[in-house]
Design a binder for this molecule. Sequence first.
Ligand SMILES: [Zn+2]
Length: 369
Amino acid sequence: MTSVPDAGREGVWDTGEGAPPLQREGYGDGAVEEVGKEEDRESLMMELTRLVQRVVKQSSWWERQGIDCAILASAFLSLPAAFLLLGSSRGLLFALGLLVMGTAHAIITFKGTHLASHGSLSESPAWAGFWAVFFIEVCGSFTARAAVHSHIKLHHAHTNVMGLGDSSTWRLPFLSRSVYLFIAPLGMPIITPLVALSQIKDHSLVQAVRTVMMVLLGLYSQYWLLMSVSGFQSPARALLCMLLCRALYSLPYIHVNIFQHIGLPMFSPTRRPKRIHQMTHGVLNLPRNPVLDWTFGHSLINCHVEHHLFPFLSDHMCLKVKPIVSKYLREKKLPYQEDTYLSRLRLFFHKYQELMVFAPSITELVGVQ
Ligand SMILES: [Zn+2]
């Protein structure tokens, strides 16, 4: 049984094995073979943590945070051009405006909200809290408190544990596979603030009012800029444009969220494996893809395994430690799961009932508990 580390800032370098690395070093001298084997298994995460820690300590601020902050800043800097392009009467320029604004919105709300929920955008807790509210509530139209709770406290702390972090919130069994995979995601810009409203009943009055104000501020700002900068004449057209921009990447958003965990081993809450086994069996990487790397960030695409093992690392740092992590896991005969986007899409389309409708069976990792 492992402890359950918090995946936020306070979880930095928590190996989940319950003892500081120095106490464990020097084990395995053959004194008691069984104890040695157990400690060998327990030390895997600590050994890998030390390797990754060394790389992080040798990295500059630019690598640790700067590159990802620059990508987010570039998304904001592209917005004036997008609003001007959306004011064009020429179809091609208008379409380019939709593409630029939709891509900027995806970078800000997928990559930005994800890094902000982990507190990875600033080393100062106060600024990390500010960025979480800004990205999740103002830009993402959701509640920061609920997002951090479901992503950090449940999904990361209990990855693939039944009833806790089993991704079941993504299941909508009343929808057919074609509707779920290709049509329903387009409604995300409308569904997201409605779900946020349903969540704030558990918030304090101050938090609830703040969330509603921040979500309205984000939605109204975009609407106002479309009307006054882009020159939209009709409110309905401005709202339709907002919907199109915000829904541009909603299909891959749903796909990515289900592809990397569902269909992989699920664990019992009372018999969960060691953290390194939990993450290597229950998480999958997609290949690199220039569009998805930018909009979602490496930690959600090609470095998802690294992200679940070291959730406090920024996207760029996940990419930097990827060769070390993948080599280490392969050397230790641990899984390093990878599959292509199209292969996962085919799997979910053909096995939709099994994966998305019926509850998955629990996996017992015999021999590695
Ligand atoms: Zn995460």
